[in-house]
Design a protein around this ligand. Structure first.
Ligand code: BG6
Length: 469
């Protein structure tokens, strides 16, 4: 812990949330449906209401943040609270809610970092093709413009959260609506279109001469060959290109470099897929590529792969039963277990070195990356509630967080400009494909009563903050 004394006084310690995962109240005050509402109802596995009831209890959570040493919070605006259909007339009750929320944050010294899109596309736009429909980009720009003009109290903006997770979960892994499997054309096109939406919003923000900062959030996973052979290394390169490099190039170079496109085209060819880039798209990307004020990096895990030439296959571990996931991507590679690396119950590799490697690699390859915030990092765990008076022991989460902070400190000491760390998540919340038994919070939420309970990890954060005073 003492090593954090090396950090500057203004270092940001935050807790992260996302509208749909915490707010609940999905049917009140004029809110429109997202792509999740009917999908979850049909599935009948878990409901997004009341989630962590943040819509009504945000004040309590912000006070907890403050009490436990956090000086920032990540929240997202639900597009469908502002524009119930994604466009049209703004819904004043939704607007008023976010003003109340931001005021509470600022009054308590908990700085809000606000995303405009966190996996919760409006249902109406989703039905019309979501990010695959370029009209979606225009509506997103209109929504962003409205938010920038309305919420002038917000000075830290992120456009879109984890472009790859959305594209990948919707069209490759198939565990987000519309549940397509290995639809590579849609996945790559959605990535490009989302990048374009991001670029247009950044260019707009800069043209409005506003006083705040803007960026976007990518989740990055490093990819390693399980055994260092040229074939396995090539599989790792292909996977890295599809999951990280294409998006990083588009964001920070404003072009897809020939090296990147060689890998991407190989992957597209094998899967009979194609990407369409229209005239002018790359000009928008280019213009935005130097204008990001900061970069939000989410990091959970890295992958180990070997070469694979059979048909694609995916088994998603949605229940938290160790060893039940597997993933094979035709012509790209197979994700395999590394016996030396521990995993979570959901088979996510616990590999802090990957964060260090990624930080070093991206700062070398993308000089346009300025300040970095780790905008998500944390451990999905089956926390056990004992009784009202017993602090919940989530020591594995503390270990996980501590190991990753160590790597951030190491990278910082070698010149990587990380200015903040947001733990995923602030309080327990609804996990998209995993429901309510995959907990991440510093604060335990009893989803029946909505009471909050302290976990050891929250106490650890308080100590950390006190150490820095
Ligand atoms: C990130 C997202 O991908 O990971 C969060 O931004 C998400 O919204 C988090 O909840 C953890 O993923 P999961 O599937 O374990 O909830």
């Amino acid at each position: 812990l003492n090593r954090v004394r090396a950090l500057p006084k203004g270092f940001v310690w935050g807790g992260a949330t996302a509208a749909y995962q915490v707010e609940g109240s999905t049917k009140v005050d004029g809110k429109g449906k997202t792509m999740w509402d009917d999908y979850l109802k049909k599935q009948g596995r878990f409901a997004p209401d009341p989630a962590s009831d943040f819509y009504n209890r945000y004040s309590e959570d912000i006070h907890l943040s403050k009490e436990y040493g956090l000086n920032a919070i990540r929240v997202s605006i639900a597009w469908t609270r502002i524009f119930p259909k994604g466009y049209g007339k703004p819904n004043q009750e939704g607007v008023a809610y976010y003003h109340r929320l931001f005021k509470e944050c600022l009054d308590n010294g908990v700085e809000p970092y606000v995303s405009l899109h966190h996996f919760d596309s409006p249902a109406t736009l989703f039905e019309d093709g979501d990010w695959l429909n370029r009209k979606n980009i225009d509506y997103f720009v209109d929504y962003a413009r409205f938010c920038f003009k309305e919420f002038t109290e917000v000075t830290n903006w992120f456009t879109i959260n984890e472009l790859i997770s959305l594209a990948y979960s919707q069209y490759i892994q198939g565990n987000f609506p519309p549940n397509h499997h290995f639809d590579v054309t849609s996945a790559i096109q959605a990535q490009h279109n989302e990048l374009l939406a991001h670029a247009r919003v950044v260019n707009l923000y800069k043209s409005l001469n506003l006083k705040g900062r803007i960026g976007l959030i990518h989740v990055l996973e490093n990819v390693y060959p399980i055994v260092a052979t040229p074939e396995n290394q090539h599989a790792a390169d292909l996977q890295y290109a599809f999951m990280n490099q294409f998006l990083l190039d588009g964001t920070f170079k404003g072009e897809y470099t020939p090296e990147t496109m060689t890998l991407i085209n190989e992957l597209l060819d094998i899967n009979n897929a194609k990407l369409e880039i229209q005239d002018g798209d790359l000009d928008e990307l280019k213009k935005a590529s130097t204008q990001n004020d900061f970069f939000g990096l989410n990091y959970y895990q890295s992958k180990f792969v070997k070469t694979y030439h059979g048909e694609s296959e995916n088994h998603f571990n949605g229940t938290g039963e160790k060893g039940t996931s597997s993933f094979k991507f035709k012509g790209v590679g197979e994700t395999v277990k590394n016996p030396d690396v521990p995993t979570t119950d959901w088979d996510w590799n616990i590999y802090p070195e990957g964060l260090y490697d990624i930080l070093k690699r991206i700062t070398k390859e993308y000089p346009n990356i300025k300040t970095i915030y780790i905008t998500e990092n944390g451990l999905g765990y089956k926390d056990k509630f004992v009784n009202e008076n017993t602090v919940i022991d989530d020591s594995p989460r503390i270990d996980y967080i501590e190991q990753h902070i160590e790597k951030i400190l190491q990278a910082r000491s070698e010149g990587v400009d990380v200015q903040g760390y947001f733990v995923w998540s602030l309080q327990d919340q609804f996990s998209w494909a995993n429901g309510y038994n995959k907990r991440y919070g510093l604060f335990y939420v009893d989803f029946e009563t909505q009471k909050r309970y302290i976990k050891k990890s929250a106490q650890w954060f308080k100590e950390l903050a006190d150490t820095m005073k």
